[in-house]
Ligand binder design. Structure first.
Ligand code: PEP
Ligand code: MN
Length: 364
């Protein structure tokens, strides 16, 4: 009530006010609030906890609003992005069928991933390339989510897909090509579910933060940013990973920042070193493409890791994570469900993962 009253007073004075909730706090954004009301009236406002001048064009995304946002991801096994534990999202570029999705989900869960990715609607450069299985893929993602407990991250290309996707999706991915699709950002701002916003290949850091602001300004504060490589002059890699964007974003915003080394590199052999660099630079997590047989993948096979390579990556990552004060997610309980088709999962990945103890004795 106090917040609504403050807003009315400011608007009555002619100010344009936007309101949002940022992690349980009501935030009002207003240019020249003090001047609009006059010093005395402004200081007499009841219910105002804090007044924060924000010179940046992105207001709610600014680190001046708060230190860190922990984005809560729902699903059968809820998880958090932005905390000490790294968020590890893994899975195929595209959902190609139930057995491959199930096999990949079980393998990445056994290796230590905390979320499952998989494209149902694919933004492809060529209209003749595989466009994704659409709604059928969403149902497969739901099935595998129920079986493994892994929350589902998948891309939404158009606001009209939202209703069909809501029952199946824990995190809505906005792809690089759609970073400035403002009507899509508005639709995602109107729901209360996490959004993974990928940086456009030619977008500046400020444009990325302003794209996030479009979601925040409509009241959805659960946004995770993703650096996935930008277009530069280099041709040996698909994109150029902007590692510097990670610490720059960590200074500028309270939103979690993850890195997608797969699309940055375009080559499976570079995914490990770029992952190490990203975590060392302060990323809150990684999104990595994994496929049972990369050579036959319908999209992005060149950059997809095998199950073994993904498991090896996490083993190599662990000491780097520890060195920068991070932990890897605890491995999922991978007790074999007799209904599952494990034909595509290598034996080592199906077996109960070895439990490792880290330096502070916590089972990692
Ligand atoms: C993807 O994650 O599969 C994808 C299409 O990524 P991007 O939007 O970064 O190209
Ligand atoms: Mn891909």
């Amino acid at each position: 009530e106090e917040c609504a009253r403050i807003r009315e007073r400011l608007e009555a004075g002619g100010a344009r006010v936007s309101a949002a909730r940022v992690s349980g706090r009501d935030v009002l954004i207003c240019a020249d609030a003090r001047a609009t009301l006059g010093e005395a009236a402004f200081d007499a406002l009841r219910g105002l906890a804090d007044v924060v001048p924000i010179p940046e064009p992105y207001k709610l995304a600014s680190r001046r609003v708060r230190d860190a946002t922990h984005v809560r991801v729902g699903g059968p096994r809820p998880t958090v992005v932005g905390a000490t534990t790294l968020a590890l999202i893994a899975g195929p570029c595209s959902v190609e069928g139930l057995p491959m999705l199930r096999g990949t989900a079980r393998a990445v869960a056994a290796a230590g991933a905390s979320m499952l990715r998989g494209g149902a609607f694919k933004p492809r450069t060529s209209p003749y390339a595989f466009q994704g299985l659409g709604v059928a893929a969403l149902e497969m993602l739901s099935t595998v989510r129920a079986e493994t407990g892994l929350p589902v991250v998948t891309e939404i290309m158009d606001a009209r897909q939202l209703d069909a996707m809501l029952p199946h999706v824990d995190v809505f991915q906005v792809g690089a090509r759609n970073m400035q699709n403002f009507s899509l950002l508005a639709a995602l701002g109107d729901i209360r579910r996490p959004v993974l916003l990928k940086r456009g290949a030619a977008a500046t850091i400020e444009e990325l933060l302003l794209a996030a602001e479009h979601v925040l300004a409509r009241g959805n504060g659960e946004v995770v940013l993703c650096e996935r490589g930008v277009r530069a002059h280099e041709t040996r890699t698909r994109n150029t990973l902007d590692v510097a964007a990670v610490p720059v974003l960590q200074r500028e915003t309270h939103l979690p920042v993850i890195v997608d080394p797969s699309h940055a590199a375009g080559r499976a052999d570079l995914v490990l070193p770029l992952s190490l660099a990203a975590v060392a630079a302060g990323a809150d997590g990684l999104m990595i493409e994994v496929h049972p047989t990369p050579a036959t993948a319908l999209s992005d096979g060149d950059q997809s890791l095998t199950f073994d390579a993904f498991a090896a990556l996490l083993r190599t990552l662990e000491p780097v994570a520890t060195a920068v004060g991070r932990t890897l997610p605890a491995s999922a309980d991978t007790a074999v469900d007799s209904r599952l088709d494990t034909a595509l999962v290598p034996r080592a990945a199906v077996a109960t993962p070895a439990r490792r103890e880290n330096a502070i004795g916590r089972v990692a």
